[in-house]
Ligand binder design. Structure first.
Ligand SMILES: Nc1ncnc2c1ncn2[C@@H]1O[C@H](COP(=O)(O)OP(=O)(O)OP(=O)(O)O)[C@@H](O)[C@H]1O
Ligand SMILES: [Mg+2]
Length: 337
């Protein structure tokens, strides 16, 4: 039962061993194990392996499993806190996390803020750097042998993909599209706080074996996106650096690993910055309220209060736009407002 496993994750005391069942699936970068004691749950272990071009390029990278697992755990927790339905239950060890067992939807949802990479090759005439507003959404059928062909929304709906007991039809595609936009916007704003630009991202969804719910599944790590510090392509810190190498040398692998490590560290600060921002906001709010009560004579209190309310409202809206990454933030904001 997933609720039992969630309970176990919420405890602070040492948690002991959990028996691993069969390997359900082993891919290029992860192994998914059944958890016989917790029906409907799986254990997902990352590998020290980096691949690109549907596996055509592949290398060992010592330490990548730990970096990937850490990055994913932080990001999934931010999304869980924001109320997004994900398969993520919790990080279990350095290289392993627990999740809801899913029937995976064999589609990659790609979402773009800035035109670059394969989009430019597929759409001649569009200049690199073109900003999509609204965001551009694309779907690719997961089929390594045929290099993941692009599918239109209509092709996807016509395919009537069956995942567990759920057929992926119009409603399911609508839900997934909305979730994809939301996920991108949450992470984009979180990264913007660090002055890093989230350029594009690919994610996967699954249907939970336990309840048939559509959830964000698989992982989000440095393989999932393009991330440009200060919005500058030359500073890119994602897997594109590995893809772009003419020859992959050990020094090259080390550079990529250093970038991934830096991202994993930064990701830790993303959720922290949300809380710091909120604390600052609350303190400022408290300080100005106190000043107002002490300084303003009763006659000028009314216009002053209107000004204060407007300013308060303005800052609250700004905060909501900038910091949508935690349900705690939202609930506290509601109380403050
Ligand atoms: N919660 C989950 N339940 C079951 N399977 C999952 C879950 N999350 C991810 N998977 C699947 O685990 C498999 C292994 O992951 P990995 O990324 O290593 O595969 P891959 O070689 O990249 O192949 P793929 O092209 O399918 O991603 C993938 O097929 C992925 O869809
Ligand atoms: Mg994969």
């Amino acid at each position: 039962m997933s609720s039992e496993l969630r309970k176990l994750h919420s405890k602070d005391e040492p948690r002991g061993e959990i028996q691993l069942g069969d390997v359900l699936i082993e891919g290029k970068t992860k192994i998914v194990y059944d958890l016989p004691e917790y029906k409907g749950c799986v254990s997902i272990k990352s590998k020290d392996r980096i691949t690109a071009g549907d596996g055509a390029r592949a290398h060992d990278m010592e330490g990548k499993a730990v970096i990937s697992n850490e990055t994913n755990a932080q990001l999934m927790q931010i999304l869980n806190d924001a109320g997004i339905a994900t398969h993520f239950i919790g990080k279990w060890s350095n290289d392993t996390f627990h999740a809801l067992h899913c029937h995976m939807i064999p589609i990659e949802w790609v979402i773009r803020r800035v035109a670059t990479g394969s989009f430019l090759r597929r759409h001649p005439g569009i200049e690199e750097g073109h900003r999509f507003a609204p965001l551009k959404l694309e779907t690719f059928f997961k089929d390594d042998a045929n290099h993941d062909p692009q599918w239109s929304r209509e092709q996807l709906i016509s395919a009537k993909l069956k995942c567990g007991n759920v057929v992926i039809g119009v409603d399911e595609v609508d839900i997934i599209e909305k979730m994809t936009l939301l996920i991108f916007e949450i992470l984009e704003k979180a990264w913007a706080g660090a002055n890093w630009a989230l350029i594009d991202m690919k994610i996967e969804f699954g249907v939970t074996a336990e309840s048939g719910e559509i959830v964000l599944a698989d992982i989000i790590d440095s393989d999932s996106w393009r991330l440009w510090p200060s919005g500058d392509k030359r500073l890119m810190v994602d897997k594109q650096v590995y893809r772009d190498m003419a020859d992959v040398t050990q020094a090259g692998i080390e550079t990529v690993k250093k970038n991934f490590q830096m991202v994993a560290e930064k990701v830790k600060c993303l959720s922290l910055s949300v809380y710091l921002c909120l604390s600052l906001f609350t303190c400022t709010h408290f300080f100005f309220s106190a000043c107002l009560c002490l300084l303003v004579p009763t006659s000028s209190l009314v216009p002053c209060l209107s000004l204060f309310t407007c300013t308060h409202f303005f800052f609250s809206v700004c905060l909501c736009l900038l910091v949508p990454t935690s349900s705690l933030v939202h609930s506290l904001l509601l109380i403050l407002l």
